[in-house]
Design a protein. Structure first.
Length: 335
């Protein structure tokens, strides 16, 4: 008799749990678990999300989740124009998806709570700032990028690629158009290794000294070569030698490109010792840094040390597009 009573109680309990879970089966399952470098924004309207959360039982678990969600919430940061650094991209905020987290928790009551997150877009984005040069990423995003300008130094390109492969790092290579025209196979090798490719003008001129027509040709010729040889629709323009004026920025923007410069310069064209290059980057690199280098003996020898120095600060090396995107990046483990 006692055994039948226990069995009946178990059946009733099972039905109650099924009904509780079933009433939320119509709520959309958010699958935006936070991953480094991937956007977790949801297209679900905020009002609908609020209604779904409000419908959840106000029990001890939900109270605990709400408390933790308030602690973990990070507000988005708007893109802005800085007096020194010019255009600085925005940075997504972060919040706990209470609905999805609650449903995961009750589905696996014996496991630690697995929080599900979604990113919160800023109100002002980089594209809303107008034609303004960019020197760095958002200082709250723990990511940096190597900007590798290529107009000469072929003998060091493959060693640099090999080091990047070994360290599982992707960089952004800015091609001089005349170099690209002469070295299509080497350019394709860089592309094959999965790196971002972009525009460094055609003949390495001082852009600020050119006529409007000539300056346009310098950018456009390389843009066409990137498309024709590599099938690349590039996003960024890096002025040779960092020489530009507002007309340069406007012309690049007219061709669909943002003008990007650097935060830190290895000055590797002077052939400093690899140790001094590593020491410089180690002491000055910070969140959002864009690091300028070329395929030289100094940078080739210093590259692995630079990567390790970057990672030792909890920063993640990525492409220029990744570093300047608003997508949230979790800090890397400190080596």
């Amino acid at each position: 008799m006692m055994r039948k009573a226990k069995r009946a109680a178990w059946v009733v309990a099972s039905l109650v749990i099924t009904l509780v879970i079933g009433q939320f089966s119509g709520v959309r399952e958010y699958v935006s678990q936070l991953r480094a470098g991937h956007s977790t924004e949801t297209s679900e309207p905020e009002a609908a999300t609020t209604m779904a959360i409000a419908a959840l039982p106000d029990n001890a678990l939900m109270q605990r989740l709400r408390s933790e969600a308030a602690r973990q919430r990070r507000e988005p940061v708007d893109a802005k124009i800085d007096r020194v650094w010019k255009a600085i991209p925005g940075y997504n905020g972060l919040e706990v998806d209470l609905d999805a987290t609650y449903r995961k928790a009750i589905a696996a009551p014996d496991r630690p709570i697995q929080y599900v997150y979604r990113q919160l877009a800023p109100k002002i984005h980089l594209n809303q700032l107008g034609n303004v040069p960019i020197y760095r990423g958002n200082p709250e995003k723990p990511m940096v990028s190597f900007m590798i300008n290529v107009a000469w130094g072929n003998e060091y390109i493959v060693p640099i690629l090999d080091t990047l492969d070994q360290e599982k790092v992707k960089a952004t290579f800015f091609f001089d158009g005349s170099w690209l025209k002469k070295n299509p196979e080497l350019a394709k090798e860089i592309q094959k290794r999965g790196h971002e490719l972009s525009n460094h003008a055609y003949s390495h001129p001082n852009m600020s000294r050119l006529s409007r027509e000539r300056a346009t040709q310098e950018i456009e010729k390389t843009q066409v070569l990137l498309q024709d040889i590599l099938g690349v629709k590039n996003r960024w323009f890096a002025p040779p030698s960092g020489d530009f004026n507002q007309e340069t920025v406007d012309l690049a923007a007219g061709l669909g490109l943002k003008t990007v410069l650097w935060t830190l310069d290895t000055v590797d064209w002077r052939h400093p010792s690899p140790e001094s290059v590593i020491a410089k980057i180690s002491s000055k690199v910070e969140s959002g840094s864009l690091i300028l280098m070329h395929p030289t003996d100094s940078s080739s020898a210093a590259l692995k040390g630079m990567i390790h120095a970057i990672r030792s600060k909890g920063l993640v090396p990525g492409t220029v597009s990744q570093t300047l995107s608003p997508d949230r990046q979790l800090p890397a483990p400190v080596e």
